[in-house]
Design a protein around this ligand. Sequence first.
Ligand code: DX5
Ligand code: ZN
Length: 216
Amino acid sequence: MNYLSPSILAADFSRLGEQLRAIDEAGAEYVHIDVMDGAFVPSISFGMPLIQSIRPCSGRIFDVHLMVEEPIRYIQEFADCGADMITVHAEACVHLDRTVETIREKGIRPAVALNPATSLSVLEYILPSLDMVLLMTVNPGFGGQKFIPYSFEKIRELRHIIEERGLNTDIEVDGGVTLSNVEEILKAGANVIVSGSAVFQGDISENVRRFRELMK
Ligand code: DX5
Ligand code: ZN
């Protein structure tokens, strides 16, 4: 199954509730929520109070992407404010296994994200413990960047590893995804698609419908 996860980083925060309803009604299955701490990535976005206040606006899966140093410090708080899935960066966790286990213990689906230049080899032992791997296809920190072309090979390699090991881990792709490259990304083996600017610029409902059409 393929899933669309619009990133609200590109939304109009003054109309967030309304825009969440628009993506929901147009059929996006997930809501991608980018939390940035100004340390792991250069920028600061938003945190728990925002997630808590938008939780009643959507029944969709809250896919929380933590671009935060040592996210283990905040797992309980993100669980409390309504996360369904929590993604942590391998590069940001000294104790990645403990962090993933902590997420799982809270009844939340754990995922690990890798920056573009991080090797898939860091997943070797942790992969069976994950529901999803997020491959960053831009350097994290900002929306609206260009997809890094070598990522296609990385997606294909990860899909190959997952199949070879008989797992059913989802592969989420995040950064620079548009209506023009989404089919190639799916073909490479991704099945969860994050998109910020390509969803929230212009007619949101129409953008979601177009993505879903290409993702069938
Ligand atoms: C980048 C974030 C992305 C971002 C994607 O650090 O993790 O989720 O919002 O935005 P677009 O789709 O505009 O590249
Ligand atoms: Zn993200």
